[in-house]
Ligand binder design. Structure first.
Ligand code: GLN
Ligand code: ZN
Length: 755
């Protein structure tokens, strides 16, 4: 007896086959039949992987052509009215996801605290919901035909509603009574599939702090759903944090099993007595589904032993902490990764192997292991040991340096240093600038690729970059921008570029993780102590400076963003890694100012993303995140002006924290959210300078002079002119030159006439 469970499996394919099939179909280079063919192959291959690894509970309906929340909307018939006249089902589905000629796409947002983005359901009180079981049934039958009896993955009703957008009513949960019957009908239909069907409802919403109303609805929902049919066994799973409040409610419903995360939710251990008392099955998430390090197999078994001191073994199932969607697929293609580092890593395929080993060892003991298992266990121990002592990871110099940080404050307070800066910089009122990057042209990408592959020489590559910088500077001068940038042509990505130059970072070749739809990201792997062997940006900025008399701004990515967009070490606290990166950035800032760079921007695009799910953990995150930023920037001399940029507009609840970062200027994304946000800055009496984006760079549209003028007038109603900068709302790298040129020209013109 050994029972193990995988919450969900990545679906994009080990070679991103689904991405390729979808994009080719969208580009009208192939028919939908090709997408279907690829999907079928992938589903079967993914089931096969899990079957081969000895997994007992394998999912269906964890596959999706775009997103599982979107699939749920389709299944519930929650189709926003603007799409309702589209008859073809695939056309409809992709129109909802990506927009059509007639209707804008549904919006997209981050799935809890992950980097995966789901399609936000749009709920209308006027809509009629109607079950559409097709996809769920098809996938179930497909799995049966393949030869497994899968569990069916569905988004739980509370999470579905809580993470949706109510478009024409106040309280989202007003819709609950309309949607619950559809869920009941859905289970009714599923009960006809087989004599016994397991349904997994994902309710990760309860990893957050929830209200008593949400908990009472949870009770109603699962009381009702568990009484639909005796042929159905319901498992409700949560993840990413503890969800003890929900667990205590769920034990008193008729559901069969509760899934809890023991990797990111240590507090879940407290609810075990109640689970035991109510005879519920516990699906214990012990294999990390969010990070990429190998498990300590023996430690996992001890944890399970601890759990089983309270829960009877025959009521225990061993599981991944969450869906494996959040980690890359397989190490199989990583032939360039250092072998030692590779031995410390497990992607999804390796993780299901670990899951099987852990559950086998836990349920059946050492004697049940075959030779293969024993080898795997020995290799695991060896790798863990070497990881602890490896010189690749541990750098004494870095560790000592962390211990000797004595201040993270700038020398003078803002009110005094800004006076010095104003003198040095001598800028006009409403100074104009950009956020850093200029269009990444196909030629630029080609040059970078050829250089990486060794097809062109370093000299040749650098000449290309310099030519780009020349043009970039020339253009900015020609339209009369005040603070220029070099354009970031040397950067593929704002995190990868720095990671590649820092010690302690590794890069996979194929470690793609789905971000949304067909899009994937390949996060760097921070495996060791971080340090900066050589300057990373100084030569480029110096070169740009030499081409103009205007001020050129130095451009860096901040420590918190580098951290939040990477896979981080699990063998030391995150904040330690963050401080190490911060010191490397500090070194770079120092080199830049010594090279005569007067303004340095430290981007923290992902500062907000790192916020913990539970309020109780926010303070400690804010503390080390702010501290990291300050460690980076406190080396700046009083006369060096520090800018930061944040890619969002949702500052209401973190404004004090933003202020505590103590940057001299912050540029933010406001163009799409109007000036509501700025009022917040005004209300708390924010004294430092702000550059609220005056136009939206996410759209190809070119804003007119008048439009920007009007926007500036509105800004001036909220903030005094002494505090304002004028800039677009984000970097321009995704735009085309013929969009960027007229837009910036209009921006400068608008400012000139306002002045
Ligand atoms: N400096 C970066 C750029 O302009 C900032 C991008 C970002 O914050 N996402 O591209
Ligand atoms: Zn941005």
């Amino acid at each position: 007896m050994a029972k193990n469970w995988v919450i969900g499996f990545p679906r994009i394919g080990e070679q991103r086959e689904l991405k390729k099939a979808l994009e080719s179909y969208w580009a009208e280079k192939s028919r939908f039949g090709e997408v279907e063919k690829t999907s079928k192959i992938l589903k079967q291959r993914h089931w096969q992987y899990q079957q081969d690894a000895g997994i007992d509970y394998i999912s269906c309906n964890d596959f999706s052509l775009y997103d599982n929340m979107l699939d749920m909307s389709v299944s519930l018939g929650a189709i926003p009215s603007r799409f309702q006249d589209i008859e073809n089902e695939h056309e409809l589905y992709f129109a909802m996801a990506r927009g059509s000629k007639k209707a804008a796409a549904m919006s997209m947002t981050k799935w809890l605290n992950t980097n995966y983005h789901y399609i936000v359901p749009e709920l209308s009180i006027k809509d009629k919901y109607k079950l559409n079981i097709k996809k769920i049934k098809d996938e179930y039958l497909e799995a049966r035909e393949f030869g497994i009896k899968p569990k069916i993955n569905l988004i739980g009703i509370i999470t579905y509603i809580a993470l949706s957008k109510a478009i024409d009513f106040e309280d989202k949960f007003q819709i609950f009574d309309k949607i619950l019957p559809i869920y009941e009908e859905l289970l009714q239909e599923i009960s006809k599939f087989d004599k016994e069907v397991i349904v997994q409802f994902d309710e990760p919403y309860f990893a957050k702090d929830c209200t008593s109303k949400e908990l009472s609805l949870l009770k109603i929902a699962y009381d009702r759903l568990s009484s639909v049919s005796k042929h159905i066994k319901i498992a409700v799973v949560t993840y990413f944090e503890h969800s003890s409040e929900a667990a205590l409610v769920l034990v008193n419903t008729g559901i069969w099993a509760i899934g809890l995360d023991f990797v990111y939710g240590a507090k879940n251990i407290n609810v075990l007595p109640e689970i035991a008392k109510n005879n519920k099955v516990l699906i214990a998430g012990v294999i990390d589904g969010r990070n990429i390090w190998i498990s300590d197999i023996e430690k996992k078994v001890s944890l399970l032993n601890e759990i089983s001191s309270q829960i009877n073994k025959d009521r225990l199932i061993v599981s991944t902490s969450c869906s494996l969607l959040h980690v890359p697929f397989t190490l199989k293609y990583e032939d360039k990764l250092d072998n030692e580092i590779k031995s410390w890593i497990a992607f999804a395929v390796e993780k299901i192997g670990e899951l099987n080993l852990v559950s086998n060892l836990f349920f059946n003991g050492m004697n049940a292991l075959n030779d293969e298992d024993k080898k795997q266990l020995a290799a695991n121990k060896r790798a863990l040991h070497f990881r602890k002592v490896s010189k690749k990871i541990h750098n004494e110099e870095v560790k000592t340096r962390i211990g000797t940080i004595n201040t993270s404050n700038r020398k003078l307070p803002y009110s005094e240093r800004i006076k010095i800066q104003k003198k040095v910089l001598n800028l006009p009122v409403l100074p104009t600038t950009t956020i850093g990057s200029f269009p990444q042209t196909p030629e630029l990408r080609k040059a970078r690729r050829e250089y990486k592959n060794g097809d062109i020489s370093k000299e040749f590559y650098e000449k290309e970059i310099k030519n780009y910088i020349d043009e970039c500077i020339e253009f900015q001068e020609s339209i009369g921008l005040d603070v220029l940038v070099h354009g970031e042509p040397e950067r593929n990505d704002m995190v990868e570029y720095f990671g590649e130059m820092l010690d302690g970072f590794a890069f996979s070749k194929n470690g793609w993780v789905q971000s949304y739809g067909s899009r994937c990201v390949k996060p760097p792997l921070i495996f060791g102590d971080v340090s900066r062997p050589i300057a990373m940006t100084v030569e480029w900025i110096k070169y740009a400076k030499s081409k103009t008399k205007q001020i050129v701004k130095g451009m860096l990515t901040g420590p918190v963003t580098i951290l939040n967009w990477s896979f981080v070490r699990d063998d030391q606290p995150k904040e330690v890694t963050s401080m190490q990166i911060a010191l490397s950035i500090a070194d770079e800032i120092n080199d830049l100012q010594n090279a005569g760079v007067k303004i340095i921007q430290v981007d923290e695009a992902a500062f907000k993303e790192g916020y913990p799910l539970r309020n109780e953990n926010i303070k400690s995150y804010e503390k080390w995140a702010v501290e990291s930023f300050k460690i980076s920037t406190s080396v700046a001399k009083n006369k060096t002006q520090i800018h930061t940029h944040m890619c969002y507009s949702d500052f209401n609840d973190i404004i004090q924290t933003i202020e505590a970062m103590d940057a001299d200027v912050i540029t933010i994304e406001t163009s799409r959210s109007g000036n509501r946000l700025l009022k917040v800055f005004k209300e708390i009496g924010y004294k430092k300078e702000i550059g609220p984006g005056v136009y939206d760079i996410h759209s190809p549209r070119i804003p007119s002079v008048d439009e920007i003028k009007e926007q500036i007038v509105k800004l001036l109603e909220v903030l005094p002119k002494e505090q304002l900068w004028i800039n677009p709302d984000c970097g321009l790298k995704t735009r085309k030159w013929d969009e960027v040129k007229p837009s910036l020209k209009n921006m400068v013109e608008a400012v000139k006439s306002n002045r």
